[in-house]
Design a binder for this molecule. Structure first.
Ligand SMILES: Nc1nc2c(ncn2[C@@H]2O[C@H](COP(=O)(O)OP(=O)(O)O)[C@@H](O)[C@H]2O)c(=O)[nH]1
Ligand SMILES: [Mg+2]
Length: 303
């Protein structure tokens, strides 16, 4: 059937084939060669950087036995799934439809590889929204997420799915929403790529080098990144290696964690409480109005 259709198409085109420009092919090959070269350079740099950090740990800079980790990123990036994989249990609800399930930041704890882990999951932002497009409540939730694990997270995992194209609006959205935190946050941030099952034979470095926006993000995070396949619960080495990378980042930093601003935390809490109270009041008014309308409609109310 398929062959018949192909033959009919060839006949229609009177045997003419689609011509390709040889110079185009050569240019593409050159670009690919360049990309592979850059990818291999990035890989070597990461290995060198990791060796140096490991030496610091071996030299006596022992990482804390209790690590606090904050998950941030766009909605549906895989933050909750990654949080669950890291903790080794289903603590956070995962979005299985278009409706987002994480609307408030949540905290959970576990012991992994003999180490206590605290993970804070956050709602995230719509991945092409600018800061202006994001609601005030969501902004407060995102900003407040770090305050859930005082004095602050040792590691911030900026979750980015490998499947998504990092265009200018995606990059702008990341930059905008990261600005809800202080600039120092980048020193404690590692890019966590999800959808590891999608990568296939391509290396993560080749993926980074093929997306301009991604290079900016990864470089801003001091060339720290890790790939997770959240669908593979049996692969424990992917979490073990992530924790090693978090410890190495910790060893390379002067400040032990991203310090939360307690005054700002109190302000946010007050704002959230006020918004909550207002929402409850509006709900009550709405309910009263509906009840009165229902009574009028049913002829129970005499005016
Ligand atoms: N194939 C694949 N799907 C994933 C992966 N991580 C997350 N997902 C799916 O992506 C969707 C959003 O995940 P979720 O963790 O709720 O994202 P969040 O909104 O950032 O918390 C869910 O349907 C997950 O099953 C992954 O590594 N591979
Ligand atoms: Mg979630």
């Amino acid at each position: 059937m398929l062959l018949e259709k192909i033959e009919a198409m060839i006949e229609q085109n009177r045997g003419r084939h689609c011509s390709v420009d040889k110079s185009d092919g050569n240019a593409l090959r050159e670009r690919l060669k360049d990309l592979v070269k850059k990818a291999s350079k990035r890989f070597d740099e990461v290995q060198k950087q990791r060796r140096n950090m490991k030496l610091q740990i071996e030299g006596g800079k022992v990482p804390p036995n209790h690590l606090r980790i904050l998950m941030i990123g766009g909605s549906c990036a895989g933050k909750s799934s990654a949080g669950n994989i890291i903790l080794g249990k289903n603590s956070f609800d995962v979005t299985e439809s278009v409706r987002r399930t994480t609307t408030h930041s949540e905290i959970s704890h576990s012991v992994v590889e003999g180490r206590r882990l605290t993970v804070v999951d956050s709602p995230g932002w719509f991945c092409i929204h600018t800061l202006q497009d994001t609601s005030e409540m969501d902004k407060l939730e995102i900003e407040n997420s770090g305050n859930l694990c005082p004095p602050g997270p040792h590691a911030v995992l900026l979750v980015i799915p490998l499947i998504i194209k990092i265009d200018a609006s995606y990059l702008r959205s990341v930059q905008d929403h990261m600005s809800l935190f202080r600039e120092e946050i980048w020193k404690h941030t590692l890019v966590l790529f999800t959808d590891g099952d999608w990568l296939g034979v391509k290396t993560v470095e080749e993926h980074i080098e093929s997306e301009g926006g991604l290079q900016w993000i990864v470089n801003k995070c001091g060339n720290r990144y890790h790939v997770l396949n959240n669908k593979d619960h049996s692969d424990k080495t992917q979490v073990k290696e992530l924790i090693e990378k978090i410890e190495e980042m910790w060893a390379g930093n002067e400040d032990p964690h991203y310090e939360v601003d307690l005054d700002r935390a109190a302000q946010i809490e007050a704002k959230m409480e006020a918004a909550d109270k207002k929402a409850r009041r509006l709900k009550e008014i709405n309910e009263t109005q509906s009840r009165v309308l229902k009574e009028v409609y049913e002829g129970k109310q005499v005016w």
